[in-house]
Ligand binder design. Sequence first.
Ligand SMILES: [Zn+2]
Length: 117
Amino acid sequence: MDCRIAEEMVSKYINHTLPLNDLEDFLEHIENCSSCYDELATYFIVHKAMQQLDEQKEDSVLDFRKLLEEDIRKSRKYIRRKKFHRAVAAVAVCALIAVLVVFLIFVILEIKEGIRF
Ligand SMILES: [Zn+2]
């Protein structure tokens, strides 16, 4: 992924609307690209600051960098969880197919037996 694509994903990342694959690529890019990370941090801080204004919590001073790190950690966790679910689903489908195949073989053998006798 190049910086231009990563920059286009920044606002989607902040709104949590990136598809899983894009999210993974994006996180990998910002980990290795400080300029895109800074871009993300800037947008993130503005976004969070505006959220705070809306909520009118003037007394709460937040560490935005820390919030961003937390957000990135959560996103990674989300990716891991999604991948795990996909793997489980894939295994379940394979198991189902295996059961069906065994069942079909059984049925075919039964039919052949029936014809023979
Ligand atoms: Zn970059």
